[in-house]
Design a protein around this ligand. Structure first.
Ligand code: NAG
Ligand code: NAG
Length: 443
């Protein structure tokens, strides 16, 4: 009976695919195992060693049978192969699991981790009583991973019974928004969430949350919540908040900035403290604001051939300061070309932190071949967007004057005629009044 055997085969394939797929939701993660080189007694520049390492990850504990089916690559030392149990599947995001053979790989680093009591004020209460519990006597690791396409940044603390190579994730802190871009004045959400293994003895003994800001060596505390005492630390920051209900219910430690300003650009570090443990992730906030552009003089005066007209493009209110200003010209015949950058001034910074800059261009109708005129455009390019402003330029007196040009010339001629008339009349009048005065004096 060939039909039955085919159905049998198909169902076996389907069965294998199903279980293969359900197991492969969690990645086999290549990581660098980075630690201090042994035998160097501290100091400022401690040499580090870096070894290839591999983590097989499951949401359930590994069975004897599952070990036999794994085939670690030969170029990785067996002592650096880890069999990780991750009950919440924190590692099992698609961002850490690229399709087979893809060039882009997630970044991952493992370090040995030393549990220690935290010294910061809002976390010190966590370790008041506990005197280095037995639970801590194990091998601890900290894993930092960055997913593809800036979709995830993750920091996990794992515990393995001494020398077992089978760590379990105890604390996971992650952000789905490692890079946030915002316009000025918008509300900003900096995502951060954490998870604690409910079966571990650190679960339920309190936690603390800290958000720090860092930019070019400057740092400040944005917000700190002491979960043990249910208290916020005093900070000078205003307009920054976390949702306490979400914090307790879903481990949502996201920071909300009510209204983004230029001074908010920088790196925000979300740290979660448990007794003797901590993990942190960084979120970059970029405030991206396009410039307002204006061209001066406005409107552009008529350009007479042989004359040079200086036009200026003023870009203001933009951030960050990287801006490319250039000029374009599109003629009446529809052709378009670049007029170069002009002479660009340095940046000026306004009190709100935004920048302004301008470019000056000399329009010489003869040299530049502007024909009868057209549209002069100032182009401002930021890394992510382009803004334009245009002004109409009319060149008069070129070989075949248009009706508008002729009318303009007639108008100019009429005005000149009127002016001459007016002037000669005024001069005559004053001449005659002077003669009258002289006449009076003589009398
Ligand atoms: C976390 O909380 C913020 C508000 O504080 C909310 O906007 C966001 O949607 C929450 N995230 C999740 C994953 O629930
Ligand atoms: C910048 O470009 C990225 C893609 O490269 C896009 O996801 C993002 O929304 C852009 N940001 C702004 C402010 O336009």
């Amino acid at each position: 009976m060939p039909e039955i055997s085919t159905i049998y085969k198909i169902s076996i394939i389907a069965f294998t695919l199903f279980f293969g797929a359900s197991g492969s939701g969690c990645p086999v993660l290549e990581c660098w195992f980075v630690q201090e080189k042994p035998g160097h007694g501290g100091g400022f520049s401690v040499p580090m060693s870096q070894e290839k390492s591999l983590m097989f990850i499951r949401t359930e504990a590994f069975s004897e049978e599952s070990f036999s089916r794994l085939h670690p690559p030969a170029d990785i030392s067996p002592s650096r192969i880890y069999y990780v149990t991750d009950p919440a599947g924190t590692f099992c995001s698609a961002a850490l699991n690229p399709p087979k053979g893809s060039v882009n790989k997630p970044k991952c680093e493992i370090n040995p981790f030393m549990p220690h009591a935290s010294m910061v004020r809002w976390a010190s209460a966590l370790t008041d009583s506990a005197q280095s519990p037995v639970y801590l006597q194990a091998d601890w690791f900290s894993v930092a991973a960055q997913g593809l396409d800036q979709q995830l940044t993750l920091s996990n603390i794992m515990r393995a019974p001494s020398a077992s190579k089978e760590p379990q994730v105890i604390l996971s802190v992650s952000s789905k928004t490692p890079v946030v871009r915002s316009r000025l004045g918008e509300a900003v959400l900096l995502d951060c969430g954490f998870w604690v293994d409910a079966s571990s003895s650190v679960h339920g003994s309190g936690f603390s949350i800290e958000w720090r800001y860092q930019f070019r060596g400057e740092g400040r505390l944005v917000l700190a919540y002491d979960g043990k005492n249910d208290r916020f630390a005093e900070t000078s920051e205003t307009g920054a908040d976390i949702d306490i209900t979400g914090l307790y219910e879903t481990g949502n430690a996201s920071l909300v900035l009510e209204e983004s300003q230029v001074r908010h650009s920088g790196t925000y570090i979300c740290t979660v403290y448990l007794p003797h443990l901590l993990a942190q992730v960084a979120v970059d906030l970029e405030i991206v604001e396009p410039p307002s552009l204006s061209i001066y003089p406005s409107p552009l005066p008529l350009l007479v051939p042989g004359q040079v007209l200086v036009v200026q493009c003023e870009a203001s209110g933009f951030n960050p300061h990287t801006l490319d200003l250039s000029w374009e010209f599109s003629g009446a015949d529809g052709t378009s070309r670049s007029l170069g950058q002009g002479s660009v001034t340095g940046h000026r910074q306004a009190t709100d932190g935004t920048f302004s800059q301008s470019s000056r261009l000399e329009l010489d109708s003869g040299k530049l071949g502007l024909g009868r005129g057209g549209e002069v455009t100032c182009v401002a390019k930021q890394p992510n967007m382009t803004r334009r402003a245009a002004a109409t330029l009319n060149v008069i007196g070129v070989s075949a004057p248009s009706i508008e040009d002729s009318m303009a010339m007639v108008a100019v001629a009429l005005v000149l005629y009127g002016l001459i008339k007016f002037l000669s009349w005024t001069f005559c009048a004053s001449d005659s009044s002077e003669t009258e005065l002289k006449d009076k004096k003589q009398k």
